[in-house]
Design a protein around this ligand. Structure first.
Ligand code: FAD
Length: 450
């Protein structure tokens, strides 16, 4: 019999925490979970889910125009922000209940938890003990200090704005900034996106970044690279933003999407031996154990690919190993990901730069074309597809796409890459005609040979 109140106390009911808690309970552990904001965490409440719903909404913006080329007369479309926002709220409330239900069999504290010592947590005015503590507190948007930063909003607020911002300034060049630019542009706002570097989407393949920048600019977003904000001030008609090139612009809202930091404030880590990495993430070993042996961590709080499926895989591996007696370790190679911009970006494996560094000689296949749909829609948009092959083994080590449904297409390609598919396997696969995806099995001529 354990002398602790619980076998496992999970702090944070987001993607990683819920998965770990419910699997551990499934293995027979006595589990408690603390969540101080919303069941399901970032992804469900202010991340992937509302974001994708708003992306669908944004896609209608251009689709009404596209439909005319196919013979549809749609009249002048009108968009109502309150309807979208309130329907989204209803769906999220439904999902909150689903997540609460998933945690049946655990004890839920709707409260903030603080670590008191290696086996004790303060929660809801009580102190409870646990054999193991899992920190799955996720991340929090970071707004750099600058004059007027109090006027800035983040992804935490943007989904629930009272009024639709007709003019929106987005600061940041990561995938979240790019996605919000596409969302608000599609919904009809005048969107300006600033990024302080020469080209956004750092970490993605350079061709993908350049192609996405070209298409996103064509779609109507005012993209400004090598620019940053110096100050924000309120005016009678909105906000005036001064940029570092001396210019200024008027806007209704300034959305900062300049990165997320681990959500560790007030967690009580100073009371235990947990160590942080240089970047401020919780340092863990391959089995998610921190420097304090009874404390574990998964998800965004440990860094790595900050994606829901990764947090789920880590939560699952943690529960399997600690409570299911299984040898489980997630794999971090060939993690596919998408940017739900307009057009979408889908990617799996190495960028060209990384592949050259890792494999030496690689063969690059690349094609750019107008999607069939836009031959009649009249929309001026081009897709890009790129494949990287390790010359020595013929193994496909990177696949990248900018174009409609790239996120959907990339999931299947990721399975092939995980299975170690060679270029010959792709070549021997029959295409599905007519699709854009079939291009991936008909790429014959190398672009350049490295
Ligand atoms: P979270 O889901 O952040 O959960 C942490 C939970 O802990 C929160 O609910 C928080 O309230 C709670 N908490 C924190 N401190 C305490 C405390 N002391 N006591 C009690 N509770 C506490 N990923 C994708 O894979 N695909 C996407 O399309 C995607 N889109 C995104 C869009 C946006 C705008 C954002 C911000 C993120 C997006 N992500 C996406 C990333 C994804 O949301 C995260 O990777 C994922 O949620 C991480 O899960 P987690 O369990 O680490 O933390």
């Amino acid at each position: 019999m354990s002398s602790f109140d619980y076998d496992l106390f999970v702090i944070g009911a987001g993607s990683g925490g819920v998965r770990a808690a419910r699997m551990a309970a499934g293995f027979g552990a006595k589990v408690a979970v603390a969540e101080d904001r919303y069941m399901g965490g970032t992804c469900v409440n202010v991340g992937c889910v509302p974001k994708k719903l708003y992306v669908y909404a944004a896609e209608f913006g251009k689709a009404f125009g596209d439909a005319r080329g196919f013979g549809w007369e749609t009249g002048e479309p009108a968009f109502d922000w309150e309807t979208l926002r309130d329907n989204k709220r209803m769906e999220i409330a439904r999902l909150n209940a689903v997540y609460r239900n998933l945690l049946r069999g655990t004890e839920i504290f709707d409260a903030r938890a603080t670590i008191v010592d290696a086996h004790t947590v303060a929660v809801d005015g009580r102190r409870v003990t646990a054999d193991k503590i899992l920190v799955s507190v996720g991340g929090w948007p970071h707004v750099p200090p600058l004059p007027g930063s109090e006027y800035a909003i983040t992804s935490n607020e943007v989904f629930d704005l009272e009024a639709f911002p007709q003019r929106l300034l987005i600061v940041g060049g990561g995938y979240i900034a790019v996605e919000f630019a596409g969302i608000f542009n599609g919904l009809g706002a005048d969107v300006t996106q600033l990024y302080r570097g020469p080209l956004f989407l750092r970490g993605f393949d350079t061709d993908v970044r350049a192609h996405a920048a070209m298409e996103i600019a064509k779609s109507g977003v005012d993209l400004r690279f090598e620019r940053d904000v110096e100050a924000i001030e309120a005016t009678l008609s909105g906000l005036r933003v001064t940029l570092n090139d001396g210019s200024s612009l008027e806007t209704d809202a300034v959305l900062y999407a300049t990165g997320r930091r681990p959500h560790l404030a007030g967690l009580g880590l100073e009371n235990v031996g947990v160590r942080l990495t240089e970047d401020g993430y919780i340092e863990v070993d391959d089995h998610f154990r921190s420097a304090e042996p009874s404390i574990f961590a998964v998800g965004d709080v440990i860094g790595g690919p900050e994606l829901t499926p990764m947090a789920l895989a880590e939560g699952m591996a943690f529960a399997r190993r600690q409570f299911g007696g299984m040898d489980a370790t997630p794999e971090y190679e060939f993690v596919p990901t998408a940017v739900f911009s307009q057009p979408n970006i889908g990617t799996v494996g190495y960028t060209e730069e990384e592949a050259r560094a890792r494999f030496g000689e690689i063969v690059v296949y690349k094609t750019s074309f107008k999607p069939m749909k836009h031959t009649l829609s009249g929309r001026d948009e081009r897709s890009l597809m790129k494949m990287l092959v390790d010359k020595a083994s013929d193994r496909v080590v990177g696949v990248h796409m900018v174009g409609p449904d790239a996120g959907e297409i990339m999931q299947g390609i990721a399975v092939a890459l995980k299975a170690g598919a060679t270029k010959a396997v792709f070549d021997n696969t029959i295409g599905i005609h007519p699709t854009a995806a079939e291009e991936f099995v008909t790429l014959r001529e190398p672009w350049t040979e490295g």
